[in-house]
Design a protein around this ligand. Structure first.
Ligand code: NDP
Ligand code: 2IT
Length: 458
Protein backbone atom coordinates (compact mmCIF):
# COMPACT_ATOMS: atom_id res chain seq x y z
CA UNK A 1 0.00 0.00 0.00
CA UNK A 2 1.29 3.47 -0.84
CA UNK A 3 2.05 6.15 1.75
CA UNK A 4 -0.82 8.22 0.31
CA UNK A 5 -3.34 5.47 0.97
CA UNK A 6 -1.79 4.57 4.36
CA UNK A 7 -2.33 8.07 5.72
CA UNK A 8 -5.97 8.16 4.60
CA UNK A 9 -8.63 7.70 7.27
CA UNK A 10 -10.64 4.47 7.24
CA UNK A 11 -13.67 6.39 5.99
CA UNK A 12 -11.67 7.79 3.09
CA UNK A 13 -10.23 4.39 2.20
CA UNK A 14 -13.77 2.98 2.19
CA UNK A 15 -14.87 5.83 -0.09
CA UNK A 16 -11.97 5.11 -2.48
CA UNK A 17 -12.73 1.38 -2.53
CA UNK A 18 -16.42 1.92 -3.20
CA UNK A 19 -15.65 4.42 -5.99
CA UNK A 20 -13.19 2.00 -7.62
CA UNK A 21 -15.65 -0.89 -7.28
CA UNK A 22 -18.10 1.18 -9.36
CA UNK A 23 -15.43 1.95 -11.99
CA UNK A 24 -14.46 -1.73 -12.19
CA UNK A 25 -18.09 -2.83 -12.54
CA UNK A 26 -18.76 -0.29 -15.30
CA UNK A 27 -15.53 -1.09 -17.18
CA UNK A 28 -15.01 -4.84 -16.79
CA UNK A 29 -11.66 -6.18 -17.97
CA UNK A 30 -10.38 -2.71 -18.95
CA UNK A 31 -7.31 -2.93 -16.75
CA UNK A 32 -5.34 0.00 -18.16
CA UNK A 33 -8.31 2.32 -17.81
CA UNK A 34 -8.91 1.07 -14.27
CA UNK A 35 -5.22 1.66 -13.46
CA UNK A 36 -5.29 5.23 -14.79
CA UNK A 37 -8.47 6.04 -12.85
CA UNK A 38 -7.16 4.39 -9.69
CA UNK A 39 -4.00 6.52 -9.71
CA UNK A 40 -6.06 9.69 -10.08
CA UNK A 41 -8.69 8.66 -7.51
CA UNK A 42 -6.03 7.88 -4.91
CA UNK A 43 -4.78 11.49 -5.17
CA UNK A 44 -8.17 13.11 -5.51
CA UNK A 45 -10.33 11.39 -2.91
CA UNK A 46 -9.07 13.45 0.07
CA UNK A 47 -9.42 16.67 -1.98
CA UNK A 48 -12.91 15.80 -3.22
CA UNK A 49 -14.10 14.93 0.27
CA UNK A 50 -12.63 18.15 1.69
CA UNK A 51 -14.36 20.14 -1.07
CA UNK A 52 -17.93 18.81 -0.74
CA UNK A 53 -19.22 20.55 -3.89
CA UNK A 54 -17.34 18.05 -6.07
CA UNK A 55 -18.59 15.05 -4.14
CA UNK A 56 -22.21 16.20 -4.11
CA UNK A 57 -22.17 16.81 -7.86
CA UNK A 58 -20.56 13.35 -8.45
CA UNK A 59 -17.86 15.05 -10.53
CA UNK A 60 -15.38 12.19 -10.22
CA UNK A 61 -17.98 9.66 -11.42
CA UNK A 62 -18.88 11.94 -14.34
CA UNK A 63 -15.25 12.58 -15.26
CA UNK A 64 -14.51 8.87 -15.49
CA UNK A 65 -17.25 8.26 -18.09
CA UNK A 66 -16.35 9.38 -21.64
CA UNK A 67 -18.75 11.73 -23.43
CA UNK A 68 -18.85 9.19 -26.27
CA UNK A 69 -16.82 6.53 -28.06
CA UNK A 70 -16.97 6.22 -31.83
CA UNK A 71 -16.03 2.78 -33.07
CA UNK A 72 -15.72 1.85 -36.74
CA UNK A 73 -14.19 -0.55 -39.24
CA UNK A 74 -11.48 0.49 -41.66
CA UNK A 75 -11.25 -1.53 -44.86
CA UNK A 76 -8.33 -1.10 -47.25
CA UNK A 77 -6.51 -2.91 -50.02
CA UNK A 78 -2.91 -4.09 -49.56
CA UNK A 79 -0.24 -4.06 -52.27
CA UNK A 80 -1.16 -7.62 -53.33
CA UNK A 81 -4.74 -6.58 -53.90
CA UNK A 82 -6.01 -8.46 -50.82
CA UNK A 83 -8.71 -6.82 -48.68
CA UNK A 84 -7.64 -5.95 -45.13
CA UNK A 85 -9.79 -4.84 -42.23
CA UNK A 86 -8.90 -3.04 -38.99
CA UNK A 87 -10.81 -1.59 -36.08
CA UNK A 88 -10.57 2.08 -35.17
CA UNK A 89 -11.95 4.31 -32.45
CA UNK A 90 -12.14 7.92 -31.33
CA UNK A 91 -12.77 8.39 -27.62
CA UNK A 92 -14.22 11.86 -27.02
CA UNK A 93 -13.68 11.97 -23.30
CA UNK A 94 -14.48 15.44 -22.00
CA UNK A 95 -14.89 18.81 -23.73
CA UNK A 96 -15.73 20.94 -20.68
CA UNK A 97 -12.71 23.25 -21.16
CA UNK A 98 -12.25 23.13 -24.95
CA UNK A 99 -12.59 20.99 -28.07
CA UNK A 100 -11.51 17.36 -27.64
CA UNK A 101 -7.76 17.13 -28.19
CA UNK A 102 -5.40 14.17 -28.26
CA UNK A 103 -3.40 11.91 -30.51
CA UNK A 104 -4.10 8.91 -32.72
CA UNK A 105 -2.19 5.68 -32.00
CA UNK A 106 -1.60 2.94 -34.59
CA UNK A 107 -0.31 -0.23 -32.93
CA UNK A 108 -1.52 -3.85 -32.88
CA UNK A 109 -2.21 -3.60 -29.13
CA UNK A 110 -4.69 -0.71 -29.52
CA UNK A 111 -8.14 -1.47 -28.14
CA UNK A 112 -10.92 0.46 -26.43
CA UNK A 113 -9.28 0.01 -23.01
CA UNK A 114 -5.99 1.56 -24.19
CA UNK A 115 -7.72 4.54 -25.79
CA UNK A 116 -9.96 5.15 -22.77
CA UNK A 117 -6.94 5.23 -20.46
CA UNK A 118 -5.15 7.62 -22.81
CA UNK A 119 -8.23 9.83 -23.28
CA UNK A 120 -8.79 10.03 -19.54
CA UNK A 121 -5.17 11.03 -18.88
CA UNK A 122 -5.40 13.58 -21.66
CA UNK A 123 -8.21 15.50 -19.88
CA UNK A 124 -5.93 16.22 -16.90
CA UNK A 125 -2.82 16.83 -19.00
CA UNK A 126 -4.53 19.28 -21.30
CA UNK A 127 -6.00 21.14 -18.34
CA UNK A 128 -2.53 21.44 -16.78
CA UNK A 129 -1.21 23.21 -19.91
CA UNK A 130 -3.53 26.12 -19.15
CA UNK A 131 -4.76 26.08 -22.78
CA UNK A 132 -8.42 25.57 -23.76
CA UNK A 133 -8.28 21.90 -24.74
CA UNK A 134 -10.59 19.05 -23.73
CA UNK A 135 -9.48 15.42 -23.68
CA UNK A 136 -9.73 12.79 -26.42
CA UNK A 137 -7.76 9.97 -27.99
CA UNK A 138 -8.11 7.71 -30.97
CA UNK A 139 -6.38 5.03 -32.93
CA UNK A 140 -6.45 1.67 -34.58
CA UNK A 141 -5.01 -1.82 -34.20
CA UNK A 142 -3.36 -1.24 -37.62
CA UNK A 143 0.40 -1.89 -37.54
CA UNK A 144 2.35 0.49 -39.81
CA UNK A 145 5.52 -1.61 -39.34
CA UNK A 146 6.47 -3.45 -42.51
CA UNK A 147 3.77 -1.73 -44.60
CA UNK A 148 4.63 0.21 -47.76
CA UNK A 149 3.96 3.94 -47.95
CA UNK A 150 1.12 3.19 -50.39
CA UNK A 151 -0.50 0.77 -47.91
CA UNK A 152 -0.20 3.27 -45.06
CA UNK A 153 -1.74 5.94 -47.33
CA UNK A 154 -4.70 3.74 -48.29
CA UNK A 155 -5.32 2.84 -44.67
CA UNK A 156 -5.13 6.47 -43.50
CA UNK A 157 -7.43 7.67 -46.28
CA UNK A 158 -9.98 4.98 -45.51
CA UNK A 159 -9.87 5.75 -41.78
CA UNK A 160 -10.37 9.45 -42.43
CA UNK A 161 -13.50 8.87 -44.51
CA UNK A 162 -15.25 7.93 -41.27
CA UNK A 163 -13.26 10.01 -38.76
CA UNK A 164 -13.90 13.24 -40.72
CA UNK A 165 -17.59 13.10 -39.71
CA UNK A 166 -16.62 13.45 -36.06
CA UNK A 167 -13.77 15.99 -35.97
CA UNK A 168 -13.39 19.71 -36.65
CA UNK A 169 -11.24 22.60 -35.50
CA UNK A 170 -13.82 23.51 -32.83
CA UNK A 171 -15.00 19.93 -32.19
CA UNK A 172 -12.11 17.48 -31.94
CA UNK A 173 -8.51 17.94 -33.07
CA UNK A 174 -6.38 14.77 -33.39
CA UNK A 175 -2.57 14.54 -33.59
CA UNK A 176 0.13 11.83 -33.56
CA UNK A 177 1.13 9.22 -30.99
CA UNK A 178 2.77 5.77 -31.27
CA UNK A 179 2.90 4.74 -34.94
CA UNK A 180 1.49 8.06 -36.13
CA UNK A 181 4.12 10.56 -37.24
CA UNK A 182 4.55 13.09 -40.05
CA UNK A 183 3.76 10.55 -42.80
CA UNK A 184 0.47 9.37 -41.28
CA UNK A 185 -0.65 12.87 -40.28
CA UNK A 186 -0.01 14.04 -43.86
CA UNK A 187 -2.17 11.28 -45.36
CA UNK A 188 -4.99 11.76 -42.84
CA UNK A 189 -5.01 15.55 -42.96
CA UNK A 190 -4.78 15.56 -46.78
CA UNK A 191 -7.79 13.28 -47.05
CA UNK A 192 -9.82 15.43 -44.64
CA UNK A 193 -9.02 18.53 -46.65
CA UNK A 194 -9.91 16.88 -49.95
CA UNK A 195 -13.14 15.36 -48.66
CA UNK A 196 -14.38 18.47 -46.85
CA UNK A 197 -13.10 20.86 -49.52
CA UNK A 198 -11.86 23.23 -46.87
CA UNK A 199 -8.56 23.88 -45.11
CA UNK A 200 -8.96 23.90 -41.34
CA UNK A 201 -6.59 23.42 -38.42
CA UNK A 202 -8.25 20.10 -37.67
CA UNK A 203 -5.06 18.12 -37.01
CA UNK A 204 -1.84 19.08 -35.23
CA UNK A 205 1.65 17.78 -35.83
CA UNK A 206 1.13 18.83 -39.45
CA UNK A 207 4.06 19.32 -41.83
CA UNK A 208 5.69 22.74 -41.80
CA UNK A 209 4.61 23.46 -45.40
CA UNK A 210 0.91 23.02 -44.60
CA UNK A 211 0.22 24.67 -41.27
CA UNK A 212 2.41 22.78 -38.81
CA UNK A 213 4.18 24.54 -35.96
CA UNK A 214 7.93 24.77 -35.59
CA UNK A 215 9.06 22.83 -32.49
CA UNK A 216 5.93 20.55 -32.41
CA UNK A 217 8.07 17.55 -33.43
CA UNK A 218 10.54 18.27 -30.63
CA UNK A 219 8.02 19.45 -28.03
CA UNK A 220 7.18 16.29 -26.08
CA UNK A 221 10.79 15.19 -25.61
CA UNK A 222 12.06 18.71 -24.90
CA UNK A 223 9.16 19.31 -22.49
CA UNK A 224 9.89 16.13 -20.55
CA UNK A 225 13.46 17.29 -20.03
CA UNK A 226 12.36 20.84 -19.11
CA UNK A 227 10.00 19.34 -16.53
CA UNK A 228 12.86 17.25 -15.13
CA UNK A 229 15.08 20.35 -14.98
CA UNK A 230 12.33 22.17 -13.05
CA UNK A 231 12.06 19.29 -10.55
CA UNK A 232 15.83 19.24 -10.07
CA UNK A 233 16.07 23.05 -9.82
CA UNK A 234 13.49 22.83 -7.02
CA UNK A 235 16.11 20.73 -5.18
CA UNK A 236 18.93 23.13 -6.15
CA UNK A 237 20.24 20.68 -8.74
CA UNK A 238 20.10 20.35 -12.54
CA UNK A 239 20.31 17.95 -15.51
CA UNK A 240 23.85 19.14 -16.27
CA UNK A 241 26.46 16.47 -15.64
CA UNK A 242 23.89 13.72 -14.99
CA UNK A 243 23.86 10.21 -16.47
CA UNK A 244 20.50 9.52 -18.07
CA UNK A 245 18.74 6.36 -19.25
CA UNK A 246 16.08 6.74 -21.95
CA UNK A 247 13.75 4.06 -23.29
CA UNK A 248 12.27 4.05 -26.78
CA UNK A 249 13.77 5.48 -29.97
CA UNK A 250 10.72 7.16 -31.45
CA UNK A 251 9.60 10.76 -31.57
CA UNK A 252 9.55 11.44 -27.82
CA UNK A 253 12.81 9.62 -27.06
CA UNK A 254 14.86 11.19 -29.86
CA UNK A 255 14.08 14.75 -28.78
CA UNK A 256 14.45 13.96 -25.09
CA UNK A 257 17.96 12.69 -25.84
CA UNK A 258 18.68 15.81 -27.94
CA UNK A 259 17.66 18.16 -25.11
CA UNK A 260 19.51 16.26 -22.34
CA UNK A 261 22.68 16.38 -24.44
CA UNK A 262 22.23 20.10 -25.17
CA UNK A 263 21.83 20.72 -21.44
CA UNK A 264 25.07 18.93 -20.60
CA UNK A 265 23.73 15.54 -19.49
CA UNK A 266 24.93 12.19 -20.84
CA UNK A 267 22.36 9.72 -22.26
CA UNK A 268 23.62 6.13 -22.20
CA UNK A 269 20.63 4.07 -23.39
CA UNK A 270 17.84 3.98 -25.98
CA UNK A 271 15.59 1.07 -26.93
CA UNK A 272 12.79 -0.31 -29.07
CA UNK A 273 10.53 -3.31 -28.64
CA UNK A 274 13.47 -5.58 -29.61
CA UNK A 275 15.91 -4.54 -26.88
CA UNK A 276 18.13 -1.68 -25.70
CA UNK A 277 21.52 -0.23 -26.58
CA UNK A 278 24.02 0.84 -23.92
CA UNK A 279 26.66 3.36 -24.91
CA UNK A 280 28.85 4.15 -21.90
CA UNK A 281 30.49 7.00 -23.82
CA UNK A 282 27.13 8.70 -24.30
CA UNK A 283 24.82 9.22 -27.27
CA UNK A 284 26.28 12.44 -28.65
CA UNK A 285 24.58 14.80 -31.11
CA UNK A 286 26.46 13.12 -33.97
CA UNK A 287 25.31 9.65 -32.89
CA UNK A 288 21.77 10.94 -32.46
CA UNK A 289 21.85 12.19 -36.07
CA UNK A 290 22.50 8.56 -37.06
CA UNK A 291 19.50 7.43 -34.95
CA UNK A 292 17.24 10.11 -36.47
CA UNK A 293 18.09 8.89 -39.96
CA UNK A 294 17.74 5.24 -38.86
CA UNK A 295 14.34 5.73 -37.22
CA UNK A 296 12.73 8.69 -38.98
CA UNK A 297 13.90 7.98 -42.56
CA UNK A 298 14.98 4.35 -42.87
CA UNK A 299 12.52 2.98 -40.26
CA UNK A 300 15.24 0.62 -38.99
CA UNK A 301 15.87 -1.10 -35.65
CA UNK A 302 17.90 0.25 -32.70
CA UNK A 303 20.13 -2.87 -32.80
CA UNK A 304 21.77 -1.36 -35.92
CA UNK A 305 23.41 1.26 -33.65
CA UNK A 306 26.05 -1.23 -32.49
CA UNK A 307 27.09 -1.99 -36.08
CA UNK A 308 27.77 1.75 -36.54
CA UNK A 309 29.24 2.25 -33.04
CA UNK A 310 30.90 -1.05 -32.03
CA UNK A 311 31.89 0.22 -28.55
CA UNK A 312 28.22 0.16 -27.61
CA UNK A 313 26.34 -2.96 -26.46
CA UNK A 314 22.96 -4.31 -27.62
CA UNK A 315 20.85 -6.17 -25.04
CA UNK A 316 18.19 -8.12 -26.88
CA UNK A 317 14.79 -8.54 -25.25
CA UNK A 318 15.73 -6.33 -22.27
CA UNK A 319 14.73 -2.93 -20.94
CA UNK A 320 17.33 -0.33 -19.88
CA UNK A 321 16.32 0.03 -16.20
CA UNK A 322 19.18 -2.11 -14.85
CA UNK A 323 21.73 0.48 -16.03
CA UNK A 324 22.93 2.77 -13.23
CA UNK A 325 21.75 6.35 -13.79
CA UNK A 326 20.87 9.62 -12.06
CA UNK A 327 17.80 10.29 -14.21
CA UNK A 328 15.45 7.88 -15.99
CA UNK A 329 13.23 9.04 -18.86
CA UNK A 330 10.77 6.30 -19.88
CA UNK A 331 9.63 7.39 -23.36
CA UNK A 332 8.35 4.19 -25.06
CA UNK A 333 5.01 2.88 -23.80
CA UNK A 334 2.73 2.11 -20.84
CA UNK A 335 3.76 -0.13 -17.93
CA UNK A 336 7.36 -0.41 -19.09
CA UNK A 337 8.67 0.11 -15.52
CA UNK A 338 7.34 -2.47 -13.05
CA UNK A 339 8.01 -2.67 -9.30
CA UNK A 340 11.19 -4.69 -9.74
CA UNK A 341 12.64 -2.24 -12.28
CA UNK A 342 11.67 0.72 -10.06
CA UNK A 343 13.39 -0.87 -7.06
CA UNK A 344 16.52 -1.48 -9.14
CA UNK A 345 16.54 2.17 -10.24
CA UNK A 346 16.14 3.31 -6.61
CA UNK A 347 18.87 0.92 -5.41
CA UNK A 348 21.15 2.34 -8.11
CA UNK A 349 20.57 5.88 -6.81
CA UNK A 350 18.13 7.38 -9.34
CA UNK A 351 17.26 10.99 -8.34
CA UNK A 352 14.58 11.85 -10.88
CA UNK A 353 12.15 10.07 -13.19
CA UNK A 354 10.33 12.17 -15.79
CA UNK A 355 7.71 10.27 -17.79
CA UNK A 356 7.84 11.03 -21.54
CA UNK A 357 5.52 8.11 -22.32
CA UNK A 358 1.95 7.82 -21.04
CA UNK A 359 1.66 5.75 -17.82
CA UNK A 360 5.05 4.04 -18.28
CA UNK A 361 5.24 3.21 -14.55
CA UNK A 362 2.90 0.67 -12.96
CA UNK A 363 1.10 1.78 -9.78
CA UNK A 364 3.57 -0.21 -7.66
CA UNK A 365 6.54 1.34 -9.46
CA UNK A 366 5.11 4.83 -8.97
CA UNK A 367 4.63 4.17 -5.24
CA UNK A 368 8.24 2.96 -4.94
CA UNK A 369 9.56 6.16 -6.54
CA UNK A 370 7.37 8.47 -4.46
CA UNK A 371 7.96 6.63 -1.18
CA UNK A 372 11.74 6.73 -1.73
CA UNK A 373 11.86 10.47 -2.32
CA UNK A 374 12.66 10.26 -6.04
CA UNK A 375 11.56 13.41 -7.92
CA UNK A 376 8.89 11.62 -9.92
CA UNK A 377 7.23 13.60 -12.73
CA UNK A 378 4.08 11.73 -13.81
CA UNK A 379 3.20 11.61 -17.50
CA UNK A 380 0.27 14.01 -17.42
CA UNK A 381 2.63 16.75 -16.21
CA UNK A 382 5.98 15.68 -17.65
CA UNK A 383 4.92 14.93 -21.23
CA UNK A 384 2.36 17.74 -21.57
CA UNK A 385 4.76 19.74 -23.75
CA UNK A 386 3.64 17.87 -26.87
CA UNK A 387 -0.02 18.68 -26.58
CA UNK A 388 0.84 22.18 -25.34
CA UNK A 389 2.64 22.95 -28.60
CA UNK A 390 -0.27 21.31 -30.44
CA UNK A 391 -2.42 23.95 -28.72
CA UNK A 392 0.02 26.61 -29.95
CA UNK A 393 -0.26 25.12 -33.46
CA UNK A 394 -4.05 25.59 -33.24
CA UNK A 395 -3.52 29.20 -32.13
CA UNK A 396 -1.19 29.89 -35.06
CA UNK A 397 -3.65 28.30 -37.51
CA UNK A 398 -6.50 30.43 -36.13
CA UNK A 399 -4.34 33.55 -36.40
CA UNK A 400 -3.09 32.56 -39.89
CA UNK A 401 0.44 33.15 -38.58
CA UNK A 402 3.61 31.13 -37.95
CA UNK A 403 5.77 31.82 -34.95
CA UNK A 404 9.55 31.27 -34.95
CA UNK A 405 11.07 28.19 -33.35
CA UNK A 406 12.54 30.40 -30.60
CA UNK A 407 9.14 31.91 -29.83
CA UNK A 408 7.42 28.52 -29.61
CA UNK A 409 10.24 27.04 -27.51
CA UNK A 410 10.07 30.02 -25.17
CA UNK A 411 6.32 29.51 -24.71
CA UNK A 412 6.90 25.78 -24.17
CA UNK A 413 9.44 26.47 -21.44
CA UNK A 414 7.03 28.85 -19.69
CA UNK A 415 4.18 26.29 -19.89
CA UNK A 416 6.38 23.51 -18.42
CA UNK A 417 7.46 25.84 -15.61
CA UNK A 418 3.81 26.74 -14.91
CA UNK A 419 2.83 23.06 -14.82
CA UNK A 420 5.67 22.41 -12.39
CA UNK A 421 4.42 25.27 -10.24
CA UNK A 422 0.87 23.85 -10.24
CA UNK A 423 2.28 20.53 -9.02
CA UNK A 424 4.18 22.34 -6.25
CA UNK A 425 1.08 24.31 -5.26
CA UNK A 426 -1.22 21.29 -5.05
CA UNK A 427 1.31 18.60 -4.14
CA UNK A 428 3.55 19.99 -1.37
CA UNK A 429 3.05 18.22 1.98
CA UNK A 430 3.46 19.68 5.47
CA UNK A 431 7.18 18.76 5.46
CA UNK A 432 7.78 20.63 2.22
CA UNK A 433 8.12 17.52 0.02
CA UNK A 434 6.47 17.72 -3.39
CA UNK A 435 4.32 14.77 -4.40
CA UNK A 436 4.08 15.48 -8.14
CA UNK A 437 1.48 12.74 -8.63
CA UNK A 438 -0.96 14.40 -6.24
CA UNK A 439 -0.03 17.84 -7.54
CA UNK A 440 -0.66 16.96 -11.19
CA UNK A 441 -3.89 15.10 -10.49
CA UNK A 442 -5.41 17.82 -8.33
CA UNK A 443 -3.97 20.66 -10.44
CA UNK A 444 -5.45 19.12 -13.61
CA UNK A 445 -8.78 18.27 -11.99
CA UNK A 446 -9.81 21.66 -10.60
CA UNK A 447 -10.25 23.53 -13.90
CA UNK A 448 -12.26 20.74 -15.54
CA UNK A 449 -14.36 20.09 -12.42
CA UNK A 450 -15.17 23.77 -11.86
CA UNK A 451 -16.22 24.13 -15.50
CA UNK A 452 -18.49 21.10 -15.19
CA UNK A 453 -20.02 22.57 -12.02
CA UNK A 454 -20.75 25.81 -13.91
CA UNK A 455 -22.70 23.90 -16.56
CA UNK A 456 -25.10 22.36 -14.02
CA UNK A 457 -26.40 18.84 -14.29
CA UNK A 458 -25.39 17.25 -17.59
P1 NDP B 1 6.81 6.42 -31.67
O1 NDP B 1 5.94 5.49 -32.44
O2 NDP B 1 7.53 7.50 -32.39
O3 NDP B 1 7.90 5.59 -30.85
C1 NDP B 1 7.53 4.62 -29.95
C2 NDP B 1 8.77 3.97 -29.38
O4 NDP B 1 8.40 3.13 -28.29
C3 NDP B 1 9.49 3.06 -30.39
O5 NDP B 1 10.86 3.02 -30.10
C4 NDP B 1 8.82 1.72 -30.11
O6 NDP B 1 9.59 0.60 -30.48
C5 NDP B 1 8.66 1.77 -28.61
N1 NDP B 1 7.51 0.94 -28.21
C6 NDP B 1 6.23 1.11 -28.58
N2 NDP B 1 5.45 0.14 -28.07
C7 NDP B 1 6.27 -0.65 -27.37
C8 NDP B 1 6.09 -1.81 -26.60
N3 NDP B 1 4.87 -2.36 -26.45
N4 NDP B 1 7.17 -2.36 -25.98
C9 NDP B 1 8.41 -1.80 -26.14
N5 NDP B 1 8.65 -0.71 -26.86
C10 NDP B 1 7.61 -0.14 -27.45
O7 NDP B 1 5.87 7.02 -30.53
P2 NDP B 1 6.06 8.33 -29.64
O8 NDP B 1 7.51 8.56 -29.39
O9 NDP B 1 5.24 9.40 -30.23
O10 NDP B 1 5.34 7.89 -28.28
C11 NDP B 1 6.04 7.28 -27.20
C12 NDP B 1 5.25 7.45 -25.92
O11 NDP B 1 5.06 8.84 -25.65
C13 NDP B 1 3.83 6.87 -25.92
O12 NDP B 1 3.50 6.44 -24.62
C14 NDP B 1 2.96 8.07 -26.28
O13 NDP B 1 1.62 7.89 -25.85
C15 NDP B 1 3.68 9.15 -25.48
N6 NDP B 1 3.45 10.53 -25.89
C16 NDP B 1 3.66 10.93 -27.17
C17 NDP B 1 3.48 12.26 -27.51
C18 NDP B 1 3.79 12.77 -28.87
O14 NDP B 1 3.70 13.99 -29.06
N7 NDP B 1 4.17 11.93 -29.83
C19 NDP B 1 2.98 13.24 -26.54
C20 NDP B 1 2.87 12.72 -25.19
C21 NDP B 1 3.08 11.41 -24.91
P3 NDP B 1 9.17 -0.26 -31.79
O15 NDP B 1 9.52 0.61 -32.96
O16 NDP B 1 9.97 -1.50 -31.70
O17 NDP B 1 7.69 -0.51 -31.69
O1 2IT C 1 -0.32 11.82 -25.44
C1 2IT C 1 -0.27 12.96 -25.95
O2 2IT C 1 -0.32 14.00 -25.28
C2 2IT C 1 -0.08 13.04 -27.41
N1 2IT C 1 0.07 12.01 -28.06
C3 2IT C 1 -0.11 14.37 -28.08
C4 2IT C 1 -1.52 14.84 -28.27
C5 2IT C 1 -1.67 16.09 -29.11
O3 2IT C 1 -2.85 16.41 -29.37
O4 2IT C 1 -0.70 16.72 -29.49
Amino acid sequence: MSNTVKIMSNAMQAELQSFMAGVEARNPGQLKFQQAVSEVAESLMPFVIENGKYKEAKILERMTEPDRIISFRVVWEDDKGDIQMNRAWRVQFNNAIGPYKGGMRFHPTVDEDTLKFLGFEQCFKNSLTGLPMGGGKGGSNFDPKGKSDAEVMRFCQSLMMELSRHIGEDIDVPAGDIGVGAREVGYMFGQYQRFQNRWAGVFTGKGLTYGGSLTRKEATGYGTVYFCENMLNHKDDSVKGKTVTVSGSGNVSIYAVEKVTEMGGKVVTMSDSGGFIYDAEGITAEKLAFIKDLKEVRRGRISEYVTEYPNAEYHEGEKPWGVKCDIALPCATENEINAEAAQTLVDNGVMAVSEGANMPSTMDAMHIFVDNGVAFGPAKAANAGGVAVSGLEQSQNALRLSWSAEEVDQKLQVIMKDIHQKCVTYGTDSEGNVNYVNGANIGGFVKVADSMLSYGIM
